[in-house]
Design a protein around this ligand. Structure first.
Ligand code: NAI
Ligand code: MG
Length: 409
């Protein structure tokens, strides 16, 4: 169907229900649960039989600071795709679970928040963080509550240098920087377990417990091996077994066991400090990186710095079994220094929407979104201030949306 043609054609004099078959490029990574992916829509009497429509409900959590600005960009993109692609329809609903809500009610999210979100096919989160609420409260009550509550144990973070963007690494270009970080997202150093003893005294003690379960480590390593295999890229496991004599050694042992199941995937094991060095000196050697929660978090900010900054770092919090909705977000925070000025770079958010579409079975649309982003960057005319330009968030979003081409076109 040509781009821009009416979504629905012909006239069928009865009510008909249609669904779609979902194809995933990485189909071995996710057992597709049709009940979550295949949301059917009743086609009205004036609609055509030759159109299949996937209707996805997306929960938007704009959050704080630049969160609402980049969430508007995400919504504009979803609306544009709905208009362009007759086979897709996105219905968005926004929830104001932010610092204002915390200050008014004492909690970031209502007590039935997870139950509400469970009704959606996917979640888009802008950013959380406001100086009036301690970060460990606001982030834990929303981001960590959703990641853990919905068993989103995979955090995918692409690190890819797009054309038209410069890297601080001299002599390097897009061919040298193209990798994905797979970060364990539900336990590890961010388990949230711990406590304090003798608070506010000279004997004060703080304990933060890292949790590395066999089940948790095996599943993230298997996911990373499958991803590396499907991409035909090498896998690097990052840990710190020489100092973390329990958790680090355990991670390395499980990695060695699982790697025996994937003799066709070239893999190596790096200490996290050495990994930071190699990422800067030899970025071309990395294809897929798998790391625990803390190490993956830190390395992905380093990765972002290598490919243009936080404005380019997108992320997917995945529940691969699809028992629960997955959540898509830019890696950056609420950026209070630029909030309310309409100058945030929307690329990370728009790319996160692309990752959402890939998860919903439309990897072709992820490719189309990244291509549209890249074409605007290569043109170099519309650029937000972090890229040395003077364009606004809205202008850059509109330029990218206007550059979108339907995958089949
Ligand atoms: P940040 O990511 O908000 O900002 C760091 C720097 O990058 C700032 O100079 C900011 O202006 C810039 N920046 C970030 N995103 C940008 C974008 N899209 N375009 C252009 N420039 C951008 O990190 P920061 O300042 O350490 O934290 C601010 C708040 O965000 C804190 O409350 C923190 O806890 C929270 N935070 C929340 C996250 C989330 O919601 N996932 C992640 C990281 C931090
Ligand atoms: Mg981070």
């Amino acid at each position: 169907m040509p781009e821009g043609s009416p979504a629905l054609r012909g006239a069928i004099p009865r009510v008909f229900t249609l669904g779609i078959a979902i194809e995933s490029k990485d189909s071995n990574l996710c057992s597709v649960a049709p009940s979550r992916l295949k949301r059917e829509r009743v086609i009205s009497a004036t609609e055509s039989l030759d159109v299949t429509v996937s209707n996805f409900r997306i929960a938007l959590l704009p959050g704080d600071g630049i969160g609402p600005e980049v969430t508007s960009a995400a919504r504009e993109l979803l609306d544009a795709i709905t208009a362009i692609d007759p086979s897709l329809h996105f219905q968005t609903e926004a929830f104001s679970w932010d610092a204002e809500q915390y200050l008014a009610t004492g909690s970031m999210m209502p007590s039935d928040g997870l139950a509400t979100l469970a009704q959606f096919d996917a979640i888009f989160l802008g950013a959380i963080g406001d100086e009036r609420v301690p970060d460990h409260i606001s982030l834990r009550q929303i981001i960590f509550a959703i990641r853990q509550g919905f068993n989103q144990y995979i955090n995918l973070r692409p690190v890819k240098l797009l054309g038209g963007v410069s890297t601080p690494l001299a002599g390097r270009g897009p061919d040298d920087l193209d990798m994905v970080i797979v970060r364990e997202n539900s336990e590890g150093e961010y388990s949230g377990l711990g406590g304090t003893l003798f608070p506010d005294s000279d004997d004060e003690v703080a304990l933060q417990t890292s949790v590395f379960s066999r089940r948790g480590v095996e599943r993230v390593l298997r996911y990373a091996f499958e991803l590396a295999r499907s991409k035909g890229r090498p896998l690097s496991s990052v840990s710190k077994g020489n100092a973390l004599n329990f958790t680090g050694v355990f991670w390395d042992e499980v990695f060695s066991e699982i790697s025996a199941e994937y003799p066709d995937v070239p893999s190596n094991n790096l200490l996290v400090d050495a990994a930071a060095l190699h990422l800067v000196q030899h970025p071309e050697k990395f294809g897929v990186i798998v790391a625990s929660n803390l190490f993956g978090d830190i390395l992905s900010d380093l990765g972002a710095a290598l490919v243009g900054g936080l404005g380019f770092a997108a992320s997917a919090n995945l529940n691969p079994e699809r028992t629960f909705p997955s959540m898509f977000e830019p890696v950056h925070g609420s950026a209070p220094d630029i909030a309310g000025k309409n100058v945030a770079n929307p690329v990370a958010s728009l790319w996160a929407v692309g990752m959402m579409l890939a998860h919903l079975g439309r990897v072709d649309w992820e490719d189309a979104i990244v291509a549209a982003i890249e074409s605007v960057l290569v043109d170099g005319i519309v650029r937000t201030p972090d890229l040395g330009g003077t364009s606004t968030t809205s202008e850059m979003t509109t330029a990218i949306v206007n550059a979108l081409k339907a995958p089949s076109a």
